[in-house]
Every structure is written in structure tokens, then in C-alpha cells.
Design a protein around this ligand. Structure first.
Ligand code: ATP
Length: 301
């Protein structure tokens, strides 16, 4: 299916790069004509989200025909729950996120939101229902207000300021001489990694989606900033369904459920305590990360 992309088409390249990295996919989608390999079914209705549950039902998927990546994956995220996906590199965590956002369709099985097969609803309605907070946010060369309000057409300055407050970036903006009208990006004010993430959180809050997909930062932030941002994310995840792709286990120990992926299969699932007790892959990953944290020179996670 990859051949469907026009190889020399720059936008196609951007699209693929974005898709691969999960970098601000939502934002990029609107910038480029996403002539992707998935299409709306004829006469597809809009997704109607009353209770934002998410389910993978026996999903089989691969990027190339000769290599299966997800081998019949099933799991459920109840409406309002916070579920984390963990596992070794290459286990299929980002692939789950890409399928949920419908960058690809499964070979077999279904992905549903509130009981509706996401392949049968319009892509616009699907993407409106999911907010993504990526690990690395792209800022547009425009004002900080634009970068936040971008989450939803017609957002007012009041709504933008409220979102900035909830994302704890307002004090920073308020100190700028031109406030929300300050230019950012390459040609304007440079933001730190943490500030950029807060802009991404505010952007998602303006969009106000029932489902949040968090791609947790692996690095770039010092641990104090990371803790602050995690606290903000937890607060904004309340009353929403949250799916976090986590690299550091210490950040998701309080999730309602942890899905442990290994080589495209669900190896284990349960709470942090239950998984430690089970003494399997999760417990092993946990012990290893704890040992790394204790090594001299490492900042505590
Ligand atoms: P990490 O923690 O390193 O980000 P992950 O668990 O998120 O890993 P995925 O990105 O989902 O893993 O990748 C799962 C498998 O799919 C890997 O073996 C990867 O090489 C493969 N893969 C990912 N994207 C593509 C692609 N576009 N084409 C072919 N194979 C891919």
C-alpha cells in the first residue's frame, strides 16, 4: 500500500514522516492534503461519542505484507479510564496509536470507539474525537495565540487564554510584551521543550476531545519539568478517556490499567501492583528502570 504514495511528492513525505513519528499528527493533517491509503466509506456517518470507550478487537496488522506486526490484539479502554501502553522498543506501541488515529486500517479485526468501527465513520469526526499530545510538538511560525487556538476553528481569545491557564503556560504568556500575539517559532520567540509541550496541551484543551492520546516524552525535559507537566496532563485527563504510550514506567504507575506489549502481542495487563506481583515482563522492566535511576549521574525519574 505504501506505493500509493507519490514518492516525489513533498507533502507525501511530510505526511509519512509525521505519521511515523506521531509528531503533532493532528495539526499536520490539516496543513497537508492527506491523500492517504485510508478513505471514508461511501456515505460514512460521523462518529458519535457518548461514552468514549476504545476497543481493539482481534486486530491483525503489518506495514508490509510479509511482516505481521500486531498478531490479533484485543483490549478495551473503558470510558473515562486511563490506560498506559508499555513494552520494549519495537513492541508495537506507536502502531496502536497510528491505528487508533486511522493512519492505516487493520488487515483484520476492528478498532472501535463507543462501539462504532472507526473504519466506517468519517475520518474528520474520528480525528475530532481524539486529542494527541505528542512528545515533540511542532510550532508554526505564527503567534502563540494562533498555535494554541489552532486546536479548533473559531476559538476565541478567552477560550485560548483559559486553555493556556489549564495547561499552566498562561503566566509565561502573560509576561510577554505582546502576550498571545507574540510571534514564536523559527522567526520568533524560541520556546523550551517544556513550554512547547504546554502549548501542545493547551492546543488539545481548546479542541476539547473526549479521548486523549499521550505520547510521553522520553527525554528533552528535566525531571522537575517533566513531573510538572505530568501533573498537568493528569489534571486535564480527568473526565476523558486517556491512552498513554509510556517509556518510563514511573510516570504511569497509577494508571487504571497497564497493557504490556511484547512483539506485537499483549503479554500482560493489570495494575502496577498486580503486574509487579505477577513478576513477569513488566516487573523485569520496572526493576531495570529502577536500577538505572539509581546509577550515579542519572537524574531521578
Ligand atoms: P518504540 O518504543 O521504539 O517507539 P514501539 O513499541 O512504538 O517502539 P512501533 O513503532 O509500533 O514500536 O513499531 C513496531 C514494529 O513495526 C517495529 O518492528 C518497527 O520496525 C515496525 N514499523 C514501524 N513503522 C513501520 C513502517 N512505516 N514500515 C515498516 N515497519 C514499520
Amino acid at each position: 500500500l505504501v506505493q500509493l504514495f507519490r514518492p516525489l511528492d513533498m507533502l507525501g513525505w511530510v505526511y509519512r514522516t509525521v505519521r511515523q513519528g506521531l509528531i503533532d499528527m493532528a495539526a499536520m493533517f490539516e496543513l497537508i492534503d492527506t491523500d492517504a491509503e485510508v478513505a471514508d466509506a461511501p456515505g460514512a456517518p460521523a462518529l458519535v461519542v457518548r461514552r468514549p470507550s476504545v476497543a481493539f478487537e482481534d486486530v491483525v496488522f503489518g506495514y508490509e505484507p510479509e511482516r505481521t506486526i500486531l498478531h490479533g490484539l484485543s483490549f478495551e479502554v473503558p470510558a473515562g479510564a486511563r490506560v498506559a501502553i508499555v513494552g520494549p522498543s519495537g513492541a508495537g506501541k506507536s502502531t496502536i496509536a497510528r491505528l487508533l488515529f486511522r493512519f492505516y486500517d487493520p488487515w483484520s479485526g476492528r478498532v472501535t470507539i463507543d462501539g462504532q468501527d472507526i473504519a466506517q465513520v468519517t475520518q474528520a469526526s474520528l480525528r475530532a474525537a481524539i486529542g494527541i499530545v505528542p512528545q515533540d510538538s511542532v510550532l508554526f511560525n505564527d503567534t502563540i495565540g494562533y498555535n494554541i487556538g489552532y486546536g479548533r476553528d473559531g476559538a476565541t481569545d478567552e477560550e485560548i487564554a483559559a486553555a493556556a491557564r489549564d495547561a499552566a503556560i498562561w503566566p509565561f504568556i502573560d509576561r510577554l510584551p505582546e502576550g498571545l500575539n507574540t510571534e514564536v517559532g523559527e522567526r520568533g520567540l524560541k520556546l523550551s521543550g517544556g513550554e512547547k509541550q504546554r502549548v501542545a496541551i493547551a492546543r488539545t484543551l481548546v479542541k476539547d476531545p473526549p479521548i486523549l492520546l499521550l505520547d510521553e516524552a522520553t527525554s528533552a525535559l528535566d525531571s522537575r519539568t517533566e513531573q510538572d507537566i505530568l501533573a498537568t496532563l493528569h489534571r486535564v485527563s480527568e473526565n476523558r478517556t486517556g491512552l498513554s504510550i509510556a517509556h518510563r514506567l514511573s510516570t504511569i504507575a497509577d494508571a487504571d490499567e497497564i497493557l504490556v506489549m511484547d512483539q506485537g502481542r499483549l503479554a500482560e495487563k493489570g495494575s502496577h501492583t498486580a503486574l509487579l506481583r505477577a513478576d513477569g515482563l513488566y516487573a523485569e522492566m520496572w526493576r531495570r528502570q529502577q536500577a538505572e535511576r539509581r546509577r550515579p549521574g542519572n537524574t531521578p525519574a
